[in-house]
Design a protein around this ligand. Structure first.
Ligand code: NAP
Length: 285
């Protein structure tokens, strides 16, 4: 047999195998949809990746650490009949979000649901944080979240379907002295989500905002402080977030304690909560 005939048979066989694998995955997955999760290499983002995979979503994992993402992607594919994709991005750079959008679009992957989870903070007073670090935090917690909502949100609106989950915090509701712009940046994410909920509802796109209290992850260690005794389990937070998003809740606050706390801060005088949180933050140093 000629070499070229063998090559054609090989290639045809390979495309049949690929088509068969895709069909098999679609048949076995409940949704066949694809979710993009930023900050998927650890903590809440990683647990959200398992939660979406468990429910049949193909998962695009993004963060800065390729090795971590690849490890998680491999484990997800081993345990669930889904596809995974890894896209590295540094969302603290001014152009990080646009680059991520371009990379995913160029690869021809459609994002059906978006989770803006990557975020960070620094435990210090604003005057003690370098201007460069502040700029990076603003890019990560504010600029990138906005850009990804704008870019993927527009595609979803054109398709008249999609969901976005932005990860804010209980710090969206109260001033948190000692965490500088973290609280204000999460208030921004909270109000951005509420605004987009109103704007995108006419386009068939739903937006939720997740506002967890303290969660046991690497966040506190990275921020340079201790975990609080009130820390919730990250898997539990991810499970509540997944259900809340699919049920199209606007604000998702995991845990009864924190739902009550949110109501309480509405009634307490601002000066009282600020003084309380200032004392509380000092204990975490
Ligand atoms: N833990 C809490 O107490 C708590 C409470 C309320 C809200 N939150 C919010 O929940 C979200 C997830 O935090 P977590 O608690 O799961 O913390 P985490 O374990 O530290 O995870 C943070 C994730 O964000 C990614 N990330 C950090 N900087 C990045 C950058 N410049 N570019 C791209 N990705 C970046 C990290 O990946 P790489 O290092 O690989 O880039 C990691 O995957 C954050 O938005 C956080 O503010 C946390």
């Amino acid at each position: 047999m000629k070499k070229s005939t063998l090559l054609t048979i090989g290639m045809t066989g390979y495309s049949f195998y690929n088509a068969y694998k895709t069909a098999q995955i679609q048949q076995r997955t409940k949704t066949g949809q694809t979710v993009l999760i930023t900050g998927a290499s650890s903590g809440i983002g990683k647990d959200l990746a398992y939660e979406f995979a468990k429910h049949g979503f193909n998962v695009i994992l993004s963060s800065r650490r390729k090795d971590k993402l690849q490890e998680i992607a491999k484990d997800l594919e081993k345990n669930y009949p889904i596809r995974t994709y890894v896209f590295c991005a540094d969302l603290s750079s001014a152009n990080g979000a646009r680059q991520l959008y371009e990379d995913i679009t160029k690869a021809g992957i459609q994002v059906d649901q978006l989770v803006n989870n990557a975020g960070a903070g620094v435990a210090a007073q604003l005057i003690h944080v370098s201007p460069e670090t502040l700029e990076e935090l603003i890019n990560l917690n504010i600029v990138s979240v906005t850009m990804l909502c704008r870019l993927f949100g527009k595609d979803m609106a054109e398709r008249k379907t999609g969901k976005i989950l932005n990860v804010a915090s209980m710090s969206s509701f109260v001033a948190n002295p000692g965490l500088n712009l973290y609280g204000p940046s999460k208030s921004y994410d909270y109000f951005l989500s509420e605004t987009l909920y109103g704007e995108l509802m006419d386009h068939g796109v739903h937006v939720s905002v997740l506002c967890p209290g303290p969660v046991k992850t690497n966040w506190n260690a990275h921020a340079g402080r201790k975990d609080s005794i009130f820390c919730m389990n990250s898997k539990k937070v991810a499970a509540e977030a997944y259900v809340g998003l699919q049920a199209e809740k606007l604000v998702i606050i995991p845990g009864t304690l924190f739902q009550c706390a949110r109501t309480a801060v509405r009634f307490l005088p601002d000066q009282c909560t600020i003084r309380f949180l200032k004392t509380f933050q000092k204990r975490l140093k």
